[in-house]
Ligand binder design. Structure first.
Ligand code: ATP
Ligand code: MG
Length: 648
């Protein structure tokens, strides 16, 4: 790949940042030389404890036995930290700004109001028999009640399992059963892009096969008619009307479970990731403040859904623990038009904006005009998460959206990691488009040879592993500890294995190359999917691309590219030849794309990630064994690609 540009830290950002370059070096050194001392300090600074811990960290990274325990003996409550402790100083400050799907409707909740709602719902849950340790399923649209529900669970020590509101009844049923939830919180309908999503109806279908669900609380969002089962179904507003607003926060052990969250399912059957209380909260709050350089009083907007870990850590827990103003958006980027994100930025004077590459690429496809008709002058920091961001998309985000003023935090992390592990810090880290750059405090990443596991020193490429625990690390796969060990600790003994591949350059900056299972082996050369895809989208005719390997008689693996063109572009063989040449020029002759298939759209998870494992099956003509497709956003995309599979 051609050498990338470096964008230095803007002096104005460095001047006021929590962390500048020197401070990053100093704190990072301290965090790895004296982890116990470092994390004890951070835990004091970011969290209010009812009782101090007796031991900072105790762990075993396997291979046979794996456990991770942070701040043992410590007692705290997450809802107390996100609400009660702010009441004195900022009770009347806004906590959640809600922007509805309809641009003319919004709502604000102060910390005091949110506290009241959470206490009431906590009492409602108790009255329905929910005890500490019980699981509660939350299947909600993006409305403030989703956050209220999460915090109400945390307040009484119940374990929430949020299921993204875009999931089908079957997916919801599987998740309810897997974690044995007895209470479900949902809404009559959700609203997205002007369309209604039949949440209660889906929930009814799911509950038909979940006999143990005894309570279904239903928030009235649209007021349209829904079916009702007396005794089980209860209107949220009715239950809340009679509930007391006094509810003491349950003192929880640091290692008590906080939530279960199922992974996106990009690589296979979703895993029920379990996070606990103390370490998670410390890590959520700290990464939120430092990765985005959040300054008191700023308006912060993460566009994720609360159904994903990004919504958990960076809409609810991190921002609220820091007493921030967190914007919650019900809608989608292209409704009513392609300018919506930037209109919302102007309307609410957003300072920090955090979104995903899939959204950036989709907006890029529509050109600059919808962006440029807005001011965006309030923006200070931008963020990206979910997939590698192609340098082309990065530059567009930086120059067009951020007007060249706003550092981009390209945050690499996972449901499993609870919070950011590799990310630039706005005031400290020079940026390279497409690189997640440097490890966060206390995080010690390493690269190992993907086949034999030998550590790679200096610049190089391999499987990305983490050498020791960080507080936000998952503790187990719910109900299947063996799967936890097998998935993350077996392949490279002594390390946490992320499943991703990465390259480290001479400056020590990390470049995520994609899932290690997706790495191609072409005539003995290992090629990351991210690099080839980034080369393809450099072409002005290309909006998006996904690359997989397929069995090739001579090369071992050939390169198969699915390419989505920009609106209005004609798909010609001439264009295919240009693309093949472009990739060769960018990466080298070894990266000669063998087959290009035009793709009207790409199969994605409901969180917007490209599902390469399905594309691999189509390329290899193994249509009968596509694997778990339950988390596909739109199954018709797959049928379309199969029907027009390129000849080999
Ligand atoms: P599953 O684990 O079920 O296959 P998933 O991995 O897509 O699903 P998530 O936890 O939502 O579920 O996603 C984490 C993954 O997303 C990472 O392992 C990585 O592949 C990708 N990712 C997230 N952020 C970045 C980033 N900034 N740069 C590159 N890749 C990223
Ligand atoms: Mg994963």
């Amino acid at each position: 790949m051609s050498e990338s540009k470096i964008y230095p830290v803007p002096p104005a950002i460095a001047a006021t940042a929590h962390i500048n370059q020197a401070r990053y070096q100093q704190l990072y050194q301290q965090s790895v030389k004296d982890p116990d001392g470092f994390w004890a300090e951070q835990a004091q600074e970011f969290v209010t404890w009812f009782q101090p811990w007796t031991r900072v960290l105790d762990y075993n990274y396997g291979p046979d036995e794996v456990y991770i325990r942070w701040f043992e003996g410590g007692k705290l409550n997450v809802a107390y930290n996100c609400l009660d402790r702010h009441l004195e100083k900022r009770g009347d400050q806004v906590a959640i700004v809600w922007e509805s799907d309809d641009p003319n409707v919004d709502r604000r909740l102060t910390y005091r109001e949110l506290h009241t709602e959470v206490c009431k719902l906590a009492n409602v849950l108790k009255s329905r028999g929910v005890n500490k340790g019980d699981r509660v399923c939350i299947y909600m649209p993006m409305i403030p009640e989703a956050a209220v529900a999460m915090l109400a669970c945390a307040r009484i020590g119940a374990v929430h399992s949020v299921v993204f509101g875009g999931f089908s009844p079957d997916s919801l049923r599987d998740r309810i059963l897997d974690s044995d939830c007895r209470v479900l919180i949902t809404a009559d309908e959700g609203v997205r892009g002007g369309r209604h999503v039949p949440l209660k109806k889906n929930a009814d279908h799911a509950m038909a096969e979940c006999p143990d669900v005894t309570t279904c609380l239903v928030v009235k969002r649209t007021g349209n008619a829904v079916e009702w089962r007396d005794g089980r179904d209860i209107w949220y507003h009715d239950a809340m009307a009679g509930a007391s607003d006094q509810c003491a926060a349950e003192p929880m052990d640091a290692e008590d479970p906080l939530f279960i969250l199922y992974t996106s399912g990009s690589t296979g059957k979703p895993k029920g990731v379990l996070h606990t209380t103390g370490g998670y909260l410390v890590f959520a709050a700290m990464t939120h403040r430092y990765s985005f350089d959040y300054q008191d009083g700023e308006m912060y907007w993460c566009t994720a859904d609360v159904g994903w870990v990004t919504g958990h850590t960076y809409i609810v827990y991190g921002p609220l623990a820091n007493g921030a103003k967190s914007l919650m958006f019900e809608g989608i980027p292209n409704y009513p038009d392609m300018s919506r994100f930037w209109q919302v930025v102007d309307k609410h004077q957003v300072n920090i904006f955090y979104t995903a590459p899939t959204a950036i690429r989709a907006l890029m496809r529509a050109g600059e005009a919808p962006v440029k008709q807005t001011s965006r002058a309030s923006l200070r920091i931008l963020g990206s998460v979910g997939e590698p961001i192609n340098p082309e998309a990065w530059e567009w985000y930086y120059h067009v959206v951020g007007d060249g003023r706003c550092p981009i935090a390209d945050t690499w992390w996972q449901t499993e990691t609870g919070g950011h592990l590799i990310t630039p810090l706005p005031g400290a880290t020079p940026l390279k488009p497409g690189s997640a750059t440097q490890p966060f405090f206390g995080v010690v990443p390493a690269l190992v040879d993907a086949t034999d596991g030998t550590p790679i020193a200096g610049a190089g490429e391999g499987a990305l592993v983490i050498t020791r625990p960080w507080p936000g690390q998952m503790r187990t796969v719910y109900g299947d500890h063996q799967r936890f060990i097998d998935t993350y600790f077996k392949q490279y003994p002594g390390y946490y294995f992320s499943g991703d591949g990465a390259r480290r350059d001479n400056d020590g900056d990390y470049w995520i190359t994609g899932r290690i299972d997706d790495v191609l082996n072409v005539s003995g050369h290992r090629l990351g999917t991210a690099e080839i895809e980034s080369a393809l989208v450099l072409h002005s005719a290309v909006a998006e691309a996904a690359v997989v390997g397929y069995p090739h008689d001579i090369k071992g693996q050939g390169i198969y590219a699915y390419v989505t063109v920009m609106a209005g572009i004609t798909q010609t063989d001439e264009l295919k030849r240009e693309l093949v040449q472009l990739v060769r020029n960018e990466i080298g002759a070894i990266a000669t794309v063998d087959i290009i298939q035009w793709a009207p759209s790409l199969p994605k998870t409901r969180s917007g990630k490209i599902m390469r494992r399905i594309l691999r099956k189509i390329a290899a003509n193994e249509i009968s064994t596509l694997g778990d497709t339950s988390t596909l956003a739109d199954p018709t995309v797959v049928e379309e690609l199969i029907a027009h599979r390129a000849n080999q």
